[in-house]
Design a protein around this ligand. Structure first.
Ligand SMILES: Cc1ncc(COP(=O)(O)O)c(C=O)c1O
Length: 420
């Protein structure tokens, strides 16, 4: 193979397609036909037959007493905060380094997001900065388990208890991850999961809220079902304004099949990621985030490598990303940027009630998140790890080739910057 970098016209390292996502087959086909023939397609009565069965299985998998089906992983966060009775205008402390949905859900729940920086080794909420951000109006903490890391589930629950705050885990990346044997989504008061197309299990769209308190579960069942009370969840006094956030039977049936696949997929990814961690050690300037000792089951929605420019002729990370993409490696750098700089977290007062209420989001800097977003992180999607050893060898070969070609890349740097 020519050593000329693909971005300079050389041969690409990876010419074959990567493993396709999502995986699907007879179980999903059978599930969809089962729903088709039933003529019972929607989410009503709520939870409907497939949704109830899926949520029972999902709750068991996560280790949470309850799981409530929902439309997506943004609405789940909103409803989790509403089920936890976060007051209008209350503050919710959350990570600045996450998807916009984490913050927009807080606003949709009538609260104000208070952003906090992340830890350099996990890119998840820094508990010390969380404690410093807690004030008289704080009512909840919303950590995000990010990519292949978990937020600190020793210190954050302790902080929430100490200050009497609701703890809602954003588990959109962490289906099946565990901290000291406890599943993500079963540790806080409530957990929020997304089943959107790219996630570790998917029905194209979908979401689940896990809960430990039966009152939260009853409120959630009501909130997703237009505020109705139905037999089985009518045992609490409040009447709330709800939404139609019901999961369809199509989604639930597919998710039942996807859940069956999940443990095997996690095991396959873990094997390939272990291979990557071993082989990447030979490539200077690239290293995985350090292991988190309390994480008893690590999952990877995205696997993150940390980039050190010194080993790449001082090149900015984005130049290396472009060269890697040219070699055929799907990888991202600005997968997330600090939300205070994310155009998706718009300051439009018509749609952002927190801005309307006078909240400011541009007064602080978040150096760890900014470094991760703009200089340091390389995000690899999880499906790259669903293939065999050859796939990982190609990944490492592409990284090594670009590293060896760093001087050439510096002499002829690529124009533009990666889309993400
Ligand atoms: C961390 C995080 N939170 C929330 C969400 C929102 O989930 P959804 O896209 O299902 O609304 C996502 C999904 O992209 C996410 O990555």
């Amino acid at each position: 193979m020519s050593e000329r970098l693909a971005i300079h016209g050389g041969e690409r390292v990876r010419r074959r397609p990567w493993p396709a996502w999502p995986e699907r087959g007879e179980p999903e086909r059978e599930a969809l036909l089962r729903v088709l023939e039933s003529r019972n397609w929607g989410g009503f009565p709520s939870p409907n037959t497939e949704a109830r069965a899926f949520c029972e299985a999902f709750a068991g998998y996560v280790g949470a007493p309850f799981a409530v089906p929902c439309t997506n992983g943004t609405q789940t966060l909103t409803l989790a905060l509403q089920a936890g009775r976060v007051s209008p205008g209350a503050e919710v402390v959350t990570s600045v380094y996450t998807f916009v949905g984490t913050a927009s859900a807080i606003v949709a729940a009538g609260a104000i997001p208070v952003f906090v920086d992340v830890l350099p080794d996990s890119y998840c909420l820094d508990p010390e900065q969380v404690e410093a951000a807690i004030g008289p109006r704080t009512e909840a903490v919303l950590p995000v388990h990010l990519a292949c890391s978990m937020a600190d589930m020793d210190r954050l629950p302790a902080l929430a208890r100490k200050h009497g705050l609701l703890l809602v885990e954003d588990c959109a990346h962490a289906h099946g991850a565990a901290w000291r044997g406890q599943g993500a989504g079963s540790i806080g008061d409530l957990g929020s999961f997304s089943m959107q197309s790219t996630k570790l299990m998917t029905a194209g769209e979908g979401g689940v809220v896990t809960a430990r308190d039966p009152v939260h579960e009853q409120r959630l069942q009501s909130l997703v079902n237009c505020g109705r009370k139905e037999p089985g969840y009518d045992g609490y006094p409040e009447q709330m304004m709800g939404w139609n956030a019901r999961m369809t039977e199509w989604q639930a049936a597919v998710l039942r099949a996807q859940l069956e696949r999940l443990p095997g997929q996690h095991a396959r990814r873990a094997e390939r990621i272990a291979q990557l961690e071993e082989e990447i050690a030979a490539v200077p300037g690239l290293a995985p985030l350090p292991p988190q000792e309390p994480v008893s089951h690590r999952t990877a929605y995205m696997f993150i490598l940390r980039y050190a420019a010194e080993a790449f002729a001082g090149l900015p990370r984005d130049a290396v990303l472009l060269a890697l993409q040219a070699e055929g490696v799907p990888c991202y750098g600005r997968f997330y940027v600090p939300l205070t700089e994310d155009p998706l977290f718009a300051r439009d007062p018509h749609t952002n009630a927190a801005v309307r209420a006078g909240a400011r989001f541009d007064e602080r800097e978040f150096p760890v998140a900014a470094r991760a977003a703009y200089e340091e992180s390389i995000w690899l999607p999880h499906e790259l790890f669903l293939g065999g050893p050859d796939e990982v060898r190609d990944l490492v070969a592409a990284f090594a080739k670009v590293q060896r070609g760093a001087e050439a890349l510096r002499e002829r740097p690529p124009e533009g910057r990666p889309a993400r």
